[in-house]
Structures are given as structure tokens and as C-alpha cells.
Write a protein that binds this ligand. Structure first.
Ligand code: CP
Ligand code: NVA
Length: 299
């Protein structure tokens, strides 16, 4: 094991060298050059929110690695009806070799990690989505044959996916420009953390300026899980931030999206279906990136 951290609550739990080790391991597994066997180890997967990719990719990764994953949705365990996080953590750690959790409150995944004496992986909270960033970086590294001179423009909401991405981008030495509506920016504390790790992300007001000559334009939904009651307010605030043909006019940038996509809101169908997209490679890479992470944490 070359990764010393025991938990992945956000990307900067990894050093730059550890991030590279995870990506290298992921690439080797993807290429069929690493046959690490997790030998019946079990991953408990706790979900307070829905998931297509995170659930399926973690479960598939554990199967392919010779282990097993247990899906624990909100109606399956007592966490959904009031059993404390710290009690859930200690019980699950008594059975499973690692816990992956998708929770609303980031403080809850921190508490889970504090009480579980097995590795805890954040499968998305309101504040962070580090596993998405691992797949994003693997995808960028594949598409551009490394990270040298690659610039990424983040266009849209500055919450969980964006926050982990700016941290990962800094660790990977990528230039990153962020453009969001004024009240929906990346937390300044996260921007400061990123600036400590690598090239400081730049904030740009106008999405056209952000796209400029970026190599990648990356966006995420405008209405995140749990934000349905502020949907109309957010749709109004994000007007002008859609990734569409007009925004990309004159640019040869590739386009990334963590998915699920809401076509006609943050991105248009023609952009998703164009030859700019890295989106399906990005989605598939969730499997390989997490396999790399799991073997680094558990092998
Ligand atoms: N990108 C992502 O985490 O997708 P899911 O919500 O489907 O897991
Ligand atoms: N920001 C989105 C990401 C989904 C993977 C959400 O939290 O719903």
C-alpha cells in the first residue's frame, strides 16, 4: 500500500504523490495489468441520497476485485430512522472492511470516519465528491496524455463536485478557472486549500471569459439532490451559465459532466451528444478510479 491515508473524505486527504499512485493503480487495473485480489473483503455502502454511478461502480469494482459490496439505502438501515451516525459507524466497522457513504451533511461523514476503525470513503456529501474527482482526473490524464498545460474551466454551481475538483486540479497541477453565479461560488476556504496545494484556481465572472482557450469545460447540475425546494430560485440565478453551442463558439474544448445531466438546464443535448464530450469515459472511469482507490486502501 502506497497510500497512507485511511479515509478519503475529500481529495486533499491524499498527497499529490498518493493521488498519482491511485491514478496509476486505476490505470493498471483498467489495462488488465493489476490483478490484486481483495479476497472476500466487504464494502458497506451507505446511501442517504440516490445514485446510479456511485453505487453501481463501487459494487462492480468490489465484485471484480474478488470482494463484496452491501448496499444500504435510507430505508434499509436505522440511520434513516434516527440511529446515530456514531453508532452506525461502529456497528458497520465490526462487519465490513471499509465503508463508503453518500450523506447530506459533510459533518456526518467526518463523524462516521471518526468512529469507524476501517477506511471510510466519501461517496458524495453536500460539500464534496472526491471519488468523482479521481475519475475526472483519470479521464483528463487519458484524454490529454498527462496534465501538462491542460486548463479546465468550471462553469456552473460551485458546490460538492466543483469543490473537490478544484482541490484535485491543484494537486494534479492543473490550471482551473471557476465561473459561478455570485452566490453559488466555491467556498473561499476550499479555494484557499486549493491554493496551498498547487496552482491557485482563478475566479472569472463571465462564463465566456472562463471558457476562453480552456481545454476542458466542466459543468454539473444546477439543482443538486436535496435542493428541490429552491429549484426555481436556482434556475433563475444560473441563467447565462448553460454550456451550449453559443458558450463554446470558437472553442475546441472537450466537455465534461459528472452526471446525471439535466439537458436544457446546465447543458444542452447537442453538446452532450457532440464529439467534444468526455462524459461517458468519465462515467466509466468511476469504476476504474475507485478500484484503484480500494486496492490502495485495502490491499
Ligand atoms: N456522478 C455521480 O456521482 O453519479 P450518481 O449520483 O449517479 O452516483
Ligand atoms: N451536485 C450534484 C452532483 C451529483 C453527482 C448533486 O449533489 O446532486
Amino acid at each position: 500500500m502506497s497510500v497512507e491515508t485511511t479515509d478519503l473524505l475529500d481529495v486533499d486527504d491524499l498527497t499529490a504523490a498518493e493521488l498519482e499512485a491511485v491514478l496509476d493503480r486505476a490505470a493498471a487495473i483498467k489495462a488488465g495489468e493489476d490483478d490484486t485480489d481483495l479476497d472476500r473483503q466487504t464494502l458497506a455502502m451507505v446511501f442517504e441520497k440516490p445514485s446510479t454511478r456511485t453505487r453501481t461502480s463501487f459494487e462492480t469494482a468490489m465484485t471484480q476485485l474478488g470482494g463484496h459490496a452491501i448496499f444500504l439505502g435510507p430505508d434499509d438501515i436505522h440511520l434513516g430512522r434516527g440511529e446515530p451516525v456514531k453508532d452506525t459507524a461502529r456497528a458497520l466497522a465490526g462487519y465490513a472492511d471499509a465503508v463508503m457513504a453518500r450523506l447530506f451533511d459533510h459533518a456526518d461523514v467526518e463523524e462516521l470516519a471518526a468512529y469507524a476503525d476501517v477506511p471510510v470513503v466519501n461517496g458524495l456529501t453536500d460539500d464534496a465528491h472526491p471519488c468523482q474527482t479521481l475519475a475526472d482526473l483519470l479521464t483528463i490524464r487519458e484524454a490529454f496524455d498527462g496534465f501538462d498545460d491542460v486548463t479546465v474551466a468550471w462553469v456552473g454551481d460551485g458546490n460538492n463536485v466543483a469543490q473537490s475538483f478544484v482541490l484535485g486540479a491543484a494537486l494534479a497541477d492543473l490550471e482551473c478557472t471557476v465561473t459561478t453565479p455570485p452566490s453559488y461560488g466555491v467556498d473561499p476556504a476550499v479555494m484557499d486549500r486549493a491554493a496551498e496545494l498547487g496552482p491557485a484556481p482563478t475566479v472569472v465572472d463571465d462564463p465566456h471569459d472562463a471558457v476562453g482557450d480552456a481545454d476542458v469545460v466542466y459543468t454539473d447540475v444546477w439543482v443538486s439532490m436535496g435542493e428541490e425546494d429552491v429549484r426555481e430560485e436556482k434556475l433563475a440565478a444560473f441563467e447565462g451559465y448553460q454550456v451550449n453551442a453559443d458558450l463554446l463558439d470558437g472553442s475546441d474544448a472537450k466537455v465534461m459532466h459528472c452526471l446525471p445531466a439535466h439537458r436544457g438546464e446546465e447543458i444542452t443535448d447537442d453538446v452532450i451528444e457532440s464529439d467534444r464530450e468526455l462524459i461517458w469515459q468519465q462515467a466509466e472511469n468511476r469504476l476504474h478510479a475507485q478500484a484503484g482507490l480500494l486496492v490502495e486502501l485495502l490491499d
